[in-house]
Ligand binder design. Structure first.
Ligand code: GLY
Length: 564
């Protein structure tokens, strides 16, 4: 018996040596470094993959691709190959561009697809299960970005394959998350999935994802077609048929990435390069920066009642415009230039009253307080040549639709819920969806993601972004003004308590450690507040005056910086 135990012990040890599971990694929150590239992402192992790729001769594009593949394995709540996202980049030759790999509505979708027989919106259907999934854009986006990379794609995918095949140790947060969603995973999937086990997960348990490793190998071998055609595409369509899904083989084959011009504007001598439609994020950012500049934000104190009121009122007006004007620019009239023009914003802000809260009904007809789910993930990369890459990707909610494509090992997004599922008619909260963001086949759903690169004198100054649904533009905005207007250090800008207002609902969300004296002062002016646990998880790289790269990973999660 003893011998048997010894033998099992030996086999176990030799197996772990043979397969070298990824158990040994550290979270690094802040780094300042010269003449080396840096990667900041939501998970240490993913940042480490990106940094290693830089070390092997990759540039910021290589590193961000490898990090994204790795996040699909080690950060499955938001990292993905079954979702979509946006990249905003600036090359060392000062080319600025955007890769839009947002999901699209399947060709069988229609404006009423989530309405029941009585015309009521059924958000269960737009949020959970196969019908919630848009046609994924992530893999196509990675291949588009690869044109700017140095190393072969196969090399960039390999670390993710190793992580999936050999397994990695979960953090406490991840173990808690898997336990919390167990019932959803079981009810929404016909077959077993690797995130479900009979006993509760705990920190340091090993997660192995064999099917995902296999899918990544197919992509490694066959390229983009390894996802959008052949075996993987057939598995996706087979998964659709297990329920009410509508993504077809043709939808997958015809998915198109779009390379776009970024939205570029000046903010106090800094060139902000950010995300245009179909994300509302860049427009909101420009509007909020410009409106607060009109009332001298830089003369106020960080998180003081005066500063917070000004910011909240800018957010209120920007989000009211989001509801009315924003959607996929290939389907609606693009009014970006009007919306960010100083003349328009001056008029928009004319009814700002520093003595009292502006009622939301005074800044727009009460429509569309669309709330997006908060699980998304951001990567900031800056290499030593000055290639700056800012990528935000998403499945939408935590684990997206929670449906895993059987035998392919990846989750499908629930991005369809980012459309207005019922334009023009109040939902159960008395809120309406805007026509600009109504569902139509092949249309991209409106996003809030705002990956951003800021340049000063044509050189990178900041690479920034965050997850957080509708809180994304406000978090990025507050991080930028903390640095440029309030002159805070990088760590404070990322970790200072944040607040968020989105026109509707009327209250202001604040993080638990938000200063009470500000809340009390503003309550007297008619503002209401709601405490929430966390707003955003910002990944920021700032170039200091001496040229060193100062990177901070948000303290709100497992986020981590890694150096080349
Ligand atoms: N699903 C989050 C966003 O696109 O804003």
């Amino acid at each position: 018996m003893k011998k048997l135990f010894l033998l099992i012990g030996f086999l176990f040890c030799s197996t772990s040596v043979l397969f070298a599971q990824y158990t040994d990694y550290n979270t690094v929150k802040e780094v300042s470094v010269k003449n080396k590239g840096v990667v900041v992402s939501a998970f240490p192992l993913a940042s480490e993959v990106g940094a290693k790729i830089l070390h092997q001769g990759g540039n910021a594009f290589d590193a961000s691709i490898a990090t994204q593949y790795a996040l699909a394995v080690v950060y499955p709540q938001a990292g993905n190959i079954g979702g979509g996202g946006f990249m905003v980049a600036r090359t060392d030759k000062n080319k600025k561009f955007v890769v839009d790999f947002r999901e699209t509505a399947p060709s069988k979708s229609d404006i009423d697809m989530y309405l029941d027989a009585d015309g009521h919106a059924d958000t269960e259907l737009s949020q959970y299960g196969r019908l919630a999934a848009g046609v994924p854009g992530a893999v196509a986006g990675l291949f588009e970005m690869h044109q700017y990379a140095n190393l072969p794609m196969a090399q960039l995918i390999q670390p993710a394959i190793d992580l999936a095949e050999k397994g990695y140790a979960l953090t406490q947060d991840q173990a808690d998350l898997f336990n919390r969603y167990k019932d959803n995973f079981v009810s929404l999937n016909e077959n077993s999935i690797p995130f479900v086990k009979s006993t509760p997960w705990k920190a340091d348990d090993i997660l192995i994802q064999k099917d995902l490793a296999q899918t990544l190998k197919i992509i490694q071998k066959k390229g983009r077609k390894g996802f959008y055609e052949g075996h993987t595409a057939e598995l996706i369509v087979k998964e659709m048929k297990r329920g009410n899904g509508i993504i077809s083989l043709a939808d997958l084959k015809n998915y198109k990435v779009i390379e776009r011009e970024p939205l570029i504007f000046d903010y106090k001598g800094n060139e902000v390069v950010t995300m245009p439609l179909p994300s509302s994020g860049g427009i909101l950012l420009a509007q909020m920066l410009r409106m607060t500049a009109m009332d001298g934000l830089e003369d106020k104190q960080l998180n003081s009642p005066e500063a917070v009121q000004l910011i909240v009122e800018a957010e209120r007006r920007a989000f009211a415009d989001r509801a009315e004007y924003m959607g996929d620019p290939d389907f609606i009239k693009d009014q970006t230039q009007m919306l960010i023009s100083k003349a328009y914003l001056k008029k928009r802000f004319a009814n700002y009253n520093p003595h009292k809260a502006t009622p939301s009904s005074d800044v727009g007809d009460i429509i569309t307080p669309q709330s997006e789910a908060k699980e998304t993930t951001h990567i900031s990369v800056l290499d030593k040549e000055g290639n700056a890459v800012s990528v935000t990707t998403t499945l939408n909610g935590n684990f997206g639709s929670m449906v895993m494509v059987s035998d392919a090992g990846f989750l499908l997004n629930n991005e369809m819920d980012d459309f207005s599922v019922k334009p023009g008619v109040p939902n159960m909260f008395g809120a309406l969806g805007g026509k600009a963001n109504a569902i139509a086949p092949q249309k991209r759903m409106l996003s809030s993601m705002v990956p951003t690169v800021i340049l000063k004198d044509n050189k990178p100054f900041m690479v920034v972004g965050t997850p957080g649904g509708t809180t994304i533009p406000t978090s990025v905005f507050q991080t930028i003004v903390d640095i440029i207007d309030f002159d805070t250090d990088v760590n404070t800008a990322v970790n200072a308590p944040k607040f968020h207002h989105q026109w509707l609902p009327e209250h202001v969300m604040v993080e638990a450690d938000f200063p009470n004296y500000t809340i009390k002062a503003l309550e007297k002016k008619g503002y209401t507040f709601k405490k929430v646990s966390k707003i955003g998880r910002t990944e920021l790289i700032l170039v200091d005056k001496d040229g060193s790269y100062h990177a901070v990973a948000d303290g709100r999660g497992d986020d981590s910086v890694s150096v080349e």
